[in-house]
Design a protein. Structure first.
Lengths: 471, 199
């Protein structure tokens, strides 16, 4: 039998129809829905007199617009209308909604896995590019536009041309202080923001195997920042243990696990492309520019655009430095910040908050810094409070907020002012992403806390961990 | 959907690599629940100063590019979020054709759902178009999808590649939900076969 990669196995399991020269029709096992990219899709169904074909395979929440303080009081009337529209649409079309009253409400890519909706081998879509997060379970998960959201609602299928496959092979092991976030930021800094366009990635190597489920989600979440259609990690005991007992885990769990074990890439299967990334020499990363690929080591300096190889890269770096108000040659550790955001579908899970709290414990946020912690979901918030992490943060001077996307894209009231510089655990540092004129630097949760305390980027590998909170 | 066959239009440049969908349409404008009316917000933070004044330095704002319907830009156009508001804004502003060396996948796919033709050319060909646009006031391109040709009044005669299915899709203005529903029997059969897994 032909040797297959995991992507090819999942693909073949879902092809409904194919013919030469046309995209295949593939079945979609799960669609996640949020308030921003769905209203026009529901409206399209209404106009054409169609229904949601499988409301039982469709789950919604509200996350992008939700305030993280006084969450039931959405003061922006257009935001409120969007949230209310989702509520009405879910009611009209029979879609299960985890709304603001639900403990499960949260960032859609935190909520899905937490509920056990994300399974190995599933095809999963959402009108959101960070759907790639779910690839951490060995699910083929990707973002789609609103027309395709409607398409999946109406047909439970999509027309897709088959992507190429790329193995991203991590060599070696992480040193202390180096996180999953640094691994993926490092890959994108090395290979660029479009190295994976047209590909589905599979992350492999010992340092991927040793990641927890939540760390794997951080890696897969940012696959899209490398241009990939999706990013996969083969399911293993870590995956099976994570899902066992969750609300939407399969009823016949052992049978499901047996099937999931068959999904891994066959020995000898060939990827279209293979790239390698050295983890042994990786150190904590911070971005300096306006694209996630514009990143470097914390011990390094802001690069000189003149040193870059192509004219387009030089121009892009010059524009980025102008926007970021940075000078070439400035050590990253001398860049002062005004704001810290800990949260998002990249780093808003309980392990992220534990890692952040470990660094924050016994320290105080710098006077010049506003720092907020936004749990990824209602459940993450409750768990963190059970563990006393909220106290660690508030004692240290962080604000402890309610769940939502918050400052990852600043559609809610959490917005940078022009010129403010933010250390952010999110996934995008585009111009204006966190507010017009705002300057975003991407990094790990631990690095974000260190920056909050010192008011400038700090190598967390040198941090003295304290066990007592400061009174 | 509106078919797309041929267009002759003024070309406007946005000379940047990695033009992301946050730049194409910032998030504060994603709250609308309609598909229409997004053109006024296209490239908002580049087109307008914070004061609300028009940024005269931004190329598409210059009088010579008014009424442009062809947008040229650099590599990895449309990277970032999956928001279909980006092609909605581009179309509503008046662009029907985009030309760049490469596109992000989701954005590229979204264009076809909205009768926008995203053309891929080599870096050198795109550079040549930037130069022609700068050189000739009111520079126009003729875009012929039936023959996959780009021509201008100054002797340009270029062929471009496009997946045949995508070409037909635009030429005929197809409804792809309708196309998928032609396979209703196969969808139902799949659902029955996988009933245990799908629940």
């Amino acid at each position: 039998m032909a040797k297959k990669t995991m992507f090819e196995k999942i693909w073949d399991n879902h092809v409904i129809h194919q013919e030469e020269g046309k995209p295949s029709v593939i079945y979609i096992d799960l669609q996640l829905v949020h308030e921003v990219t769905s209203p026009q899709a529901f409206e399209g169904l209404r106009l054409s007199g169609r229904k949601v074909r499988r409301p039982d395979l469709t789950f919604a929440t509200m996350d992008h617009n939700v305030p993280t303080k006084d969450r039931f009081n959405i003061t922006d009337p257009i935001s409120k209308q969007q949230v209310d529209t989702l509520t009405q649409n879910c009611k009209d079309f029979g879609v299960k909604l985890f709304d603001l009253d639900s403990i499960d409400q949260g960032v859609v890519h935190v909520m899905g896995p937490e509920l056990g909706l994300t399974h190995p081998g599933k095809t999963i879509v959402c009108g959101d590019s960070h759907t790639s997060t779910h690839g951490a379970f060995g699910a083929l998960a990707f973002g789609i536009g609103t027309s395709e959201v409607e398409h999946v609602m109406a047909t439970q299928c999509l027309q897709q041309s088959k992507a190429k496959t790329m193995e991203v092979r991590f060599i070696g092991n992480r040193k202390p202080g180096v996180t999953a976030k640094d691994m993926i930021l490092g890959v994108i800094a090395k290979y660029g923001t479009d190295f994976a366009t047209g590909y589905v990635l599979e992350y492999t190597g010992e340092s991927i195997r040793s990641l927890t489920m939540e760390e794997r989600m951080t890696v897969c979440n940012m696959s899209i920042e490398g241009g990939a259609r999706a990013g996969l990690i083969a399911p293993d005991e870590t995956t099976f243990n994570y899902l066992r007992g969750r609300e939407y885990a399969p009823a016949s769990y052992d049978e499901a696990v047996a099937a999931w074990k068959q999904l891994t890439t066959d020995e000898g299967a060939v990827y279209d492309t293979v790239v390698e990334f050295d983890v042994d020499s990786l150190i904590p990363q911070v971005t300096w520019g306006t694209s996630p690929g514009m990143g470097t080591d914390i011990t390094s300096s802001v690069p000189n655009p003149a040193d870059l190889p192509t004219e387009n890269e030089r121009k892009a770096a010059e524009k980025a430095l102008e926007y970021m108000d940075l000078k070439p040659g400035t050590p990253m550790s001398e860049i002062e910040i005004d704001y810290v955001f800990i949260g998002s579908c990249t780093n808003g899970r309980i392990e992220d908050l534990r890692a952040a709290a470990e660094i924050a414990r016994g320290y105080k946020v710098s006077n010049r810094v506003t720092a907020i912690v936004v749990p990824g979901s209602g459940r993450v918030k409750i768990q963190a409070e059970k563990e006393g992490l909220d106290k660690v943060f508030t004692e240290a001077g962080f604000e402890w907020r309610d769940a939502g996307c918050s400052m990852c894209l600043a559609m809610n009231p959490d917005v940078l002012k022009p010129g403010q510089r933010c250390a952010s655990t999110s996934n995008r540092n585009f111009e204006g992403r966190q507010g017009r004129g705002g300057r975003t630097h991407l990094l790990s949760p631990a690095m974000a806390v260190a920056a909050a305390v010192n008011g400038r980027f700090t190598d967390v590998r040198d941090w003295e961990i304290k066990t007592e909170v400061l009174n | 959907m509106e078919p797309f066959k041929q267009l002759t239009g003024i070309v406007a440049p946005v000379d940047r690599v990695n033009v992301d969908t946050d730049a194409i349409i910032p998030k504060q404008f994603l709250k609308r629940i309609e598909r229409s009316g997004f053109g006024q917000f296209l490239f908002f933070e580049w087109r307008f100063h914070e004061s609300g004044e028009v940024n005269a330095e931004f190329e598409p704002n210059k009088p010579r590019y008014q009424d442009a319907s062809v947008l040229i830009s650099r590599a990895n156009f449309g990277c970032g979020s999956s928001r279909e508001h980006a092609p909605w804004a581009i179309l509503d502003y008046g662009f029907k054709v985009i030309i760049a060396p490469s596109y992000a996948d989701i954005f590229y796919n979204n264009c076809f759902k909205n009768s926008i033709l995203p053309i891929k050319l080599s870096e050198e060909q795109v550079e040549d178009l930037f130069q022609r646009t700068a050189k000739h006031d009111g520079y126009k391109l003729n875009v012929d999808l039936e023959n996959k040709k780009l021509t201008d009044d100054y002797g340009l005669d270029l062929s471009f590649e496009l997946d045949e299915h995508r070409r037909q899709f635009l030429l005929q203005g197809l409804d792809d939900i309708g196309l998928t529903l032609q396979h209703e029997d196969k969808i139902s059969a799949y659902e029955q076969k996988h009933a245990a897994r799908l629940g």
